[in-house]
Design a protein around this ligand. Structure first.
Ligand SMILES: NC(=O)c1ccc[n+]([C@@H]2O[C@H](COP(=O)([O-])OP(=O)(O)OC[C@H]3O[C@@H](n4cnc5c(N)ncnc54)[C@H](O)[C@@H]3O)[C@@H](O)[C@H]2O)c1
Ligand SMILES: [Zn+2]
Length: 366
């Protein structure tokens, strides 16, 4: 086992890196659950694959544990789901020491995290991420939340976990498409802070074996932990973690509404497309050397991620961008790069952002 600390004063917490360590997980949950109760939250797929076994193990260790489930997929990421889970939790019986164990991907972490923030005004949250996305990114940093019809993650809270256990053995059951998607966030962290991580990601074998991913996941988390420690509530520098997300979120939301028979984009795939756009904008406007942009782009391609964003920027995507951003005010803080490891926060008006994208669509037809 190795560990690192997210340094947030009296809310500091450890992230444990393990492989196939369910007994360590059980021992840690037992220690956190001071009054002998624990809630495990998973989507139905993860519940079947890993949740039922974990709850059995917690019961065998003497806890009163219950598994709360919701249907998998972004459509479940709503306040209604959180309300139903809260109802079940309260009926089961919770006190201030009852931990919520978020066992699953980023979606479960966001939903269970908000549940933990709201129950009794805050109970301990334990993040046990089971996708590459949640292992490299979403389980650390304390952002929780659900979607609104007008945009992603518009309803939420900051609620830092008590601790996080990243166990790469969970990735054995994760389909390759999801394994790949999450690594877009690792490429993002590497582009923001570590050319060495970028090179290591580019050199991974195509089937992304979980054990080989371990050290890279840890390196990506270390970058996120540092950014979060410096700016927990995203007053400034933490915004750099939104690299690739301005267009990415719009593409992701639009793909949930407008795909005819096609599977919607995974969050990480949308981020990969958004990154590819941000790289082009950075070369054009903020002096990113084309060779640096190419290194990031090749890492994405090497990992089997989509980079061809142009044909996907439809009128619906641009509308989506506008409705999402209007809510936050006139300015959008676009994240661009001046070089590898040199992010910039560039405030642009919504109008300017639309113009940039419309120019891109124009470029497509020329
Ligand atoms: N809070 C944050 O800081 C933050 C950061 C990035 C992304 N996010 C959010 O995370 C979500 C995306 O996360 P995700 O890609 O992990 O999606 P997800 O949680 O929906 O998981 C993807 C799919 O994989 C399945 N799955 C999960 N673990 C598995 C395993 N070990 N074996 C087999 N199947 C498994 C799930 O059932 C689901 O069908 C988005 O909602 C995004 O907004 C949050
Ligand atoms: Zn993301």
């Amino acid at each position: 086992m190795t560990a690192l600390t997210v340094a947030l004063g009296d809310r500091s917490y450890p992230v444990y890196f393990e492989h196939a360590a369910e007994s360590a997980l059980v021992a840690r949950v037992v220690k956190t659950a001071r009054h002998g109760r624990a809630l495990v939250v998973s989507d139905e797929r993860v519940a079947r694959l890993h949740g039922e076994r974990l709850v059995e193990a917690l019961r065998a260790a003497g806890l009163q544990a219950v598994l709360l489930q919701f249907a998998e997929g972004e459509a479940s990421k709503t306040l209604a789901t959180v309300a139903r889970l809260a109802d079940e939790a309260i009926r089961f019986g919770v006190d201030r020491t009852t931990p919520v164990v978020a066992l699953g991907g980023g979606l479960t972490g966001d939903v269970a995290g908000l549940l933990a923030a709201l129950l009794l005004r805050g109970v301990p949250l334990i993040q046990v991420p089971t996708t590459t996305l949640s292992q490299v990114d979403s389980s650390v940093g304390g952002k929780t939340g659900v979607n609104h019809p007008l945009g992603k993650n518009l309803i939420g809270a900051f609620h830092q976990p008590a601790w996080v256990q990243v166990d790469t053995a969970y990735l054995d059951s994760l389909p390759l498409r999801d394994r790949r998607a999450g690594l877009a966030e690792a490429v993002k962290h590497a582009a923001l802070a570590s050319p060495a991580l970028l090179a290591a990601l580019t050199a991974l074998p195509a089937d992304l074996p979980p054990r080989a991913l371990g050290p890279l996941i840890q390196a990506a988390v270390a970058i996120k932990a540092q950014v979060v420690a410096a700016d927990e509530r995203e007053a400034g520098q933490r915004q750099i973690l939104n690299l690739g997300h301005t267009l990415g979120h719009a593409l992701e939301s639009a793909s949930h509404e407008h795909t005819a028979g096609e599977a919607p984009l995974r969050h990480g795939e949308a981020v990969s497309l958004g990154l590819a756009w941000a790289l082009e904008e950075s070369v054009a406007h903020t002096g990113l050397p084309p060779g640096d942009a190419e290194q990031v782009r090749s890492a994405l391609i090497q990992l089997g991620l989509p980079v061809d964003w142009r044909p996907r920027v439809t009128a619906a995507v641009i509308d989506r961008l506008a409705s999402d951003k209007k809510i936050r005010g006139e300015y959008v803080h676009l994240i661009l790069l001046a070089g590898l490891g040199r992010p910039l926060i560039v405030p642009v008006t919504l109008q300017d952002l639309r113009a940039r994208l419309l120019r891109a669509i124009d470029g497509r037809t020329r």
